[in-house]
Design a protein around this ligand. Structure first.
Ligand code: UT7
Length: 336
């Protein structure tokens, strides 16, 4: 029975990053690049790299377990698990099913969601509808990636940017006046070739030739994605705020997708938000795609940077091309 009065918010959060750190200096020995170039062009100093044995679900499992512990919720109380990822363990089954099994979330449905780096906000928005409608009460939304497994370590234009990690939130009902205020999802499929992994699907099935042509690696037109990112992060956020009668002055804390320091600075300028109100972790983790927002959010929560009742805005962009914004009135579940 739909119940329009239910508000949905975050009730627990967790993250995980592999131990191995790869610095810009070390990258200088792998490809023709420099710490100076990477720092100036992206703001990234180092990133984490999964071990050969670690798949995406291994990272997701730990982040999810931590989010459940943070929320004080048992795995068997979870109704649904959504994993947003571009680097699933397998084509199928879904990585979410592997997480479900690991957690012992015996009553949960599970599926993966693909929306490029924007996947976490798409998944959060999708999960929220189940809570708002009264269908489910506890949903794990996870962003998890092992991008180090799909980048071409000979391509300096991409391999220096990405990292591995996972972040998870538990969504559920929150009191009136808190939780998700609005989410806006956008796409422009005409930009599908600007960021893709062309091989291995039904368009270019894996073959000796596709491997030789390196089509199983991530490909990116950085400049085009950059232009789209600046537009969507800035104008998209302003548009989403406007739709609910808010403006950038109402934003207390901003968690942008962690792809490039310059993109974040351009968005901050457009939104007129000071840097101390912005979550930044890309210097230490690089671009972790779907994991970047929950990982950055977790850090900000632990550092008490977000207060009860704050207007929190998350915004992302990525392959598809896709973009999305979520606006939440923060419910400080930790101090209840
Ligand atoms: O989650 C979404 C994922 N993607 C993104 O967010 C990416 C968005 N785009 C970007 O962040 C930026 O476009 C990059 C960081 C990827 C590149 O920065 P840029 O300022 O757009 O550089 P560029 O691609 O225009 O390249 C400038 C120069 C080129 O040399 P020439 O042609 O001018 O001689 C590149 O070959 O820098 C060169 N270059 C490098 N040099 C040293 C490219 N990569 C490197 C590198 N080290 N790693």
């Amino acid at each position: 029975m739909p119940n329009k009065c239910i508000r949905v918010g975050i009730l627990g959060i967790g993250s995980y990053a592999p131990d191995k750190i790869l610095t810009n200096k070390e990258l200088e020995t792998i490809v023709d690049t420099s710490d100076q170039w990477i720092t100036e062009r992206s703001g990234i100093k180092e990133r984490r790299i999964a071990s050969p044995e670690q798949a995406t679900s291994d990272l997701a499992n730990i982040a999810a377990k931590r989010a459940l512990e943070d929320a004080n919720v048992l795995p068997e109380e979870v109704d649904l698990i959504i994993v947003a990822t571009n680097t699933p363990d397998y084509f199928f089954p879904a990585t979410a099913c592997i997480v479900q099994d690991y957690l012992g979330a015996s009553k949960a449905g599970a599926f993966d969601l693909l929306a490029g780096c924007t996947g976490f906000i798409y998944a959060l928005s999708t999960a929220a509808q189940f809570v708002i409608s009264g269908t489910y009460k506890r949903i794990l939304v996870i962003g998890a990636e092992t991008l180090s497994k799909v980048v071409d370590w000979e391509d300096r234009k991409t391999c220096v940017l990405f990292g591995d990690g996972a972040g998870a939130v538990l969504l559920g009902p929150v009191p009136e006046g808190y939780g998700l205020v609005h989410s806006k999802l956008g796409s422009d499929g005409s930009g599908k070739d600007f960021l893709s992994m062309p091989g291995g699907g039904s368009r270019i099935p894996s073959s000796k030739e596709s491997i030789e042509n390196k089509q199983h690696f991530l490909k990116m037109n950085g400049r085009e994605v950059f232009k789209f990112a600046v537009r969507s992060c800035g104008d998209g956020t302003i548009e989403a705020l406007k739709e609910v009668g808010m403006s950038s002055e109402d934003v207390d804390f901003f968690v942008p997708h962690q792809a490039n320091d310059r993109i974040i600075r351009a968005a901050a300028k457009k939104l007129n938000i000071s840097f101390d109100k912005i979550a930044i972790n890309l210097d230490r983790f690089g671009n972790t795609s779907t994991a970047s927002i929950p990982m950055a959010l977790e850090e900000a929560v632990r550092q008490n940077k977000i207060k009860d009742g704050d207007n929190l805005v998350m915004t992302a962009f990525g392959a598809g091309l896709t973009w999305a914004v979520a606006i939440l009135k923060w419910y400080d579940y930790r101090n209840r």
